[in-house]
Design a protein around this ligand. Structure first.
Ligand code: OGA
Ligand code: MN
Length: 214
């Protein structure tokens, strides 16, 4: 699973972006609490609530293009894709950080990340996303999954953990990651099956993928 490090990789671990890139290269996944500052997290959470109140979220499906379908036995979250409107200041700040992360990963690995696609997600109480993989059947351009959590406070007793399976082919063991506000979880998309455990509170996130060129 470890990625080959470029022999001439510069940068080092002296900023959070290169530290994440190095951890991804060495281990395939990385949990970074407080990646985003609290005011920006709160502003993004307010954006989510406003968009939700305006009815802009849609039930999430699985698959893509003609294969897209609702599968409530698989996932019951609601999503709002980025990009249909001018991003607000908080979203722009996060996208700037992601751009720095993309460049750091490209310095440290051979992934050749080219662009980012993403959506906000709301998991209402009782919802989940069963064990899955983030790659579509027919296209495999997603290289790194990035999940940013937006609830300013989260109690582990509320459920909603991200369960990441660390074994080969989605096998055990797993780690459960608490979706605390401002935390960023990154992982190599192809390498990890994962699941969103049933949540007992509204759970907000901004999930996306760095892709390579088609
Ligand atoms: C996804 C996903 C994880 C999370 O949207 O594909 O796995 O913790 N999200 O929200
Ligand atoms: Mn996923």
């Amino acid at each position: 699973m470890a990625l080959p490090l470029l022999s001439d990789a510069g940068g080092g671990d002296d900023d959070v972006f290169h530290a994440i890139a190095a951890t991804l290269a060495a281990r395939g996944w990385c949990e970074t609490p407080h990646f985003l500052d609290a005011p920006t997290v709160e502003a993004l959470a307010l954006d989510v609530e406003a968009a939700r109140a305006a009815g802009r979220f849609r039930a999430a499906g699985v698959g893509r293009g003609r294969r897209w379908e609702l599968r409530p036995e698989v996932r019951t979250d609601q999503v709002l894709w980025l990009g249909d409107r001018q991003p607000g200041a908080a979203q722009q700040a996060y996208l700037r950080d992601l751009e720095r992360l993309r460049l750091a990963i490209n310095e440290v690995t051979r992934l050749g990340l080219f662009e980012f696609e993403g959506h906000f997600a709301v998991y209402p109480p009782g919802s989940y996303y069963r064990k899955h993989h983030d790659q579509f059947r027919d296209v495999g351009t997603r290289e790194v999954s990035c999940v940013l959590y937006l609830n300013p406070h989260w109690d582990a007793a509320w459920g909603g953990a991200l369960r990441l399976f660390l074994g080969e082919g989605g096998a055990e063991p797993h780690v459960d990651i608490v979706p605390s506000g401002g935390k960023l979880v990154t992982f190599l998309t192809r390498e990890f099956y994962h699941e969103v455990c049933t949540t007992h509170r509204d759970r907000y996130s901004l999930t996306g993928w760095f892709r390579r060129r088609d």
